[in-house]
Design a protein around this ligand. Structure first.
Ligand code: GLN
Length: 387
């Protein structure tokens, strides 16, 4: 080993993904993995067939760096149909390797070291490494109470002259919160007052419950010009391993994202981009099925968790439940509880602290995903009941 530390300090402020570590532990102990949010059931046939056909048709070389034209056209057409957004697929849509690359590319494209980025907590764990690698200083605003609400004064106090952007993830991972129009309006007003960008993580746009509708930030007055919207196929079409995501932003912002994306990854897998185009072109008939399926899974997991003694709020969207375990009489923190659950019950959750800056704030919670087959959820329920 070299005598000086060979490791760059930017890697020292974050650790390996806790979510993926829980997956490893689940595997090691033969536990049911309700930790990592990915489906254990098949992707839709029409989507898989399109991928096979693309490979056989030899769509096997680099796509255009910023995305297969047919996929960009499909994304733009869908944004118009669903949300009334007018996007130019040539200049405002960039395809990336998953929403993960999309968010990292956005941070690298817009954030100067020392710039501040506002983020709600509990947050998706990626935003911390995204900030560390781009040099952003995160300013946290805590969502509180059973419905994960923010205090408007606390939100305003997080903005200042160094604020470059705010990250809004709705439907939210891990809380299941869906920001309503009034909340989005308050955020939008601050973005305009402080002249900053809004990075939206809309990966769960089609997983919404109880008749709710998704409201993209870019549809609010004055926000299209300052919104960098991130989406992807992983959750909607149950293809998390395909790594197909995208960034939607006005031309000058898209240009900067495209430059970063080009040198980070060149492009997402070409045949899977073609299949993604087919998925989105034909998706409108499928989205209602997807919602209904996940609504059923949500209700099934909620019943199991409540019967096992967890206190949890009903998620409005996405496919996770934050569950408080203080009713279970366990003496220890969230990480100890997660390990206990893996080893003793054979069910793996994610410790709540991985979604909070201050570990203490998440110490009463673990997160479970319900993106699993009904058979997996029933077996998990059986194991939890035996706790
Ligand atoms: N988005 C998924 C989750 O939150 C998977 C994340 C990951 O693999 N780190 O569980």
């Amino acid at each position: 080993m070299p005598r000086r530390s060979p490791v760059a300090s930017r890697t020292s402020v974050f650790s390996e993904s806790v979510i993926r570590e829980m997956t490893r532990l689940a595997f090691q102990h033969g536990a049911i993995n309700l930790a990592q949010g990915f489906p254990d059931f098949p992707a839709p046939d029409f989507v898989k067939r399109a991928a096979v056909e693309a490979i056989e048709a030899d769509v096997n070389q680099y796509a255009i760096t910023w995305g297969d034209p047919r996929l960009r056209a499909a994304i733009a057409a869908k944004s118009r149909r669903h949300y009334g957004l007018e996007l130019d697929p040539e200049r405002e849509v960039t395809v990336t390797c998953g929403a993960t690359e999309a968010m990292m590319a956005a941070m690298l494209a817009f954030v100067e070291p020392g710039d501040e980025v506002v983020v709600f907590e509990p947050f998706y764990e990626n935003y911390v490494p995204d900030a560390a690698m781009s040099g952003a200083v995160l300013r946290f605003v805590t969502l509180r109470g059973p419905d994960f609400a923010f205090d408007p004064d606390e939100l305003r106090a997080a903005f200042g002259p160094r604020t470059k952007a705010i990250i809004v993830n709705s439907p939210n991972n891990p809380s299941g919160k869906v920001f309503d129009r009034a909340e989005l309006r308050q955020i939008a007003a601050l973005c305009q007052e402080f002249d900053c960008l809004c990075f939206t993580d809309e990966i769960y746009e089609h997983i919404l419950f109880d008749g709710r509708a998704h409201v993209p930030m870019a549809t609010l007055p004055g926000m299209e010009e300052r919104t960098v919207a991130i989406g992807g196929l992983s959750k909607t079409f149950s293809v998390t391993g395909w790594r197909i995501g995208y960034v939607l932003a006005p031309p000058p912002l898209s240009e900067a994202v495209r430059k970063v994306h080009d040198f980070l990854t060149v492009g997402a897998p070409a045949p899977l981009q073609r299949a993604a185009a087919v998925a989105i072109e034909r998706g409108d008939g499928y989205y209602p099925e997807l919602r209904a399926m996940y609504e059923g899974k949500r209700d099934r997991l909620l019943v199991a968790l409540r019967e096992a003694g967890f206190a949890c709020h009903k998620p409005a969207g996405a496919y996770y439940v934050m569950a408080a375990f203080d009713g279970l009489g366990f003496d220890g923190d969230d990480t100890a509880f997660a390990l206990h659950l893996i080893e003793r019950a054979g069910v793996a959750p994610v410790p709540g602290s991985s979604f909070y800056r201050d570990a203490e704030a998440g110490a009463r919670f673990v997160r479970f995903t319900f993106s699993k087959s009904d058979a997996t959820l029933s077996e998990a329920a059986r194991r939890l009941a035996a706790l």
